[in-house]
Ligand binder design. Sequence first.
Ligand SMILES: C[S@@+](CC[C@H](N)C(=O)[O-])C[C@H]1O[C@@H](n2cnc3c(N)ncnc32)[C@H](O)[C@@H]1O
Length: 218
Amino acid sequence: MIEPDLRAAADLTKALALNGPDAALQLYRDWAATYDSTFAAGMEYNLPAHVARAFLAAKGEGPVLDVGAGTGLLAQSLRDMGLTDPIDGLDFSTEMLARAAEKNLYRRLIHADVTKPLPVRRHYNGITSSGTFTSGHVGPAAFGPMLDIALPNALFSLSVNQRVWTNMGFDTALKTLEQSNHIHDLQRIEVQVYGTAAQAIDPDHANDRAWIVLFRAT
Ligand SMILES: C[S@@+](CC[C@H](N)C(=O)[O-])C[C@H]1O[C@@H](n2cnc3c(N)ncnc32)[C@H](O)[C@@H]1O
């Protein structure tokens, strides 16, 4: 029998307890090399595939900006599901972007903090993100910068971990954006973040669920 690699549980626990950008940058600097093999493969991390599937089912098109691109798992899912349009990846960890670069999935990699004004022009038809809106990570402060670089009617497909849906204010932020007519066609789909292999590695997070939030920019 193959023993589960328990490093993934320790890394994930640290990630969900991050208390600011400096801690996040340090964690991802150390995690980048093993993120795909211990965490994503070991835990059967299905979230990038769920986000990609929802984006394509809602007729999403490129150019796409993948926010918190990490090592490129969401772009890989979009390619595997048939998207041939350009995908740019944005992340504030140079080490995670370096792993993504090795895979030749992205047209361009952008080193930036999504909670600040973004160094790109408004030309995206699609904005995707998996795993970045979660505990210790990014809150609704990213909605303004993302909407600023989205074309009218651009499709957003973003995962939000249910642990932070209310306590980080995603519910009220999205309702406000909808009521003020900044976004439309808001819907959400409930998904399981990990597969059954996660039970043996990290029972505290194995049953985590997320919302895939879909909406269009106005
Ligand atoms: C859990 S990983 C998800 C990576 C990838 N999307 C996936 O699903 O595997 C979260 C990513 O968000 C990035 N990140 C966290 N805060 C950020 C911020 N404020 N601006 C840009 N990227 C950020 C981290 O560097 C990390 O690569």
